[in-house]
Design a protein around this ligand. Sequence first.
Ligand SMILES: Nc1ncnc2c1ncn2[C@@H]1O[C@H](COP(=O)(O)OP(=O)(O)OP(=O)(O)O)[C@@H](O)[C@H]1O
Ligand SMILES: O=C(CO)[C@H](O)[C@H](O)COP(=O)(O)O
Length: 205
Amino acid sequence: MIIGICGGSGSGKTTLLKRLASFYGELHPTVFSMDNYYLPIDQQILDENGHVNFDLPTALDKERLVADLKDLKEGKSIEVKEYHFNAPPNKNVLITLDPSPIIIVEGLFLFQYSEVYQLLDFSIFMDVDPDVQLDRRLYRDLETRGYSREEIMYQWKHHVIPCYEKYLKPYMHLADFVFENDQQADLEFERLIHMLTPKLLCLKE
Ligand SMILES: Nc1ncnc2c1ncn2[C@@H]1O[C@H](COP(=O)(O)OP(=O)(O)OP(=O)(O)O)[C@@H](O)[C@H]1O
Ligand SMILES: O=C(CO)[C@H](O)[C@H](O)COP(=O)(O)O
């Protein structure tokens, strides 16, 4: 069974993925991020001011992602290069992911890539106030990516928000579960578990 977690930058996709993986730890879920499929920087599209736009569906190797998901679903192991922002390609570690009854994947375009969406057995969309998302992104990029506030705001205004409006929001209605990731996150998690667990128990039988 493939569970896909989609949502804007800083909406809490990775946090939910880890929480689900831990909750269903007994089933040893296979977990991974769509970010591992970012194409090399020299293949990225530049905007009108010469800045790379990482928020376009063309920024990732969609075909490879589809092929890998199909392989996992068929019970085959896959090899992926773990993505670390700004790390030179040769520094990205190659990891082997083994199949399991539950595969959990998170990423921006899981719904927009129709071939990926069709492979999902259960789909989740993280919904959060954009101001909260921006706060989280500011914190992440100032602390761990070394961007200036101006650079972060430029990306937010010119790439992140327009691409969210075009490539994510229109697909939100496709979700089996919309996760309101605000102060009520614990209650939402309980609601989600309530819906998911019966489906997962079928896999154990
Ligand atoms: N319900 C929540 N309440 C408070 N903070 C949260 C909540 N969910 C996630 N966060 C925090 O928000 C930040 C972004 O979350 P997370 O990394 O899961 O998002 P993401 O959608 O995977 O985006 P990114 O890829 O930018 O990390 C993290 O610092 C995380 O701890
Ligand atoms: O920063 C990026 C890639 O590294 C992109 O701008 C994208 O918005 C990131 O999305 P997420 O925060 O969900 O990884």
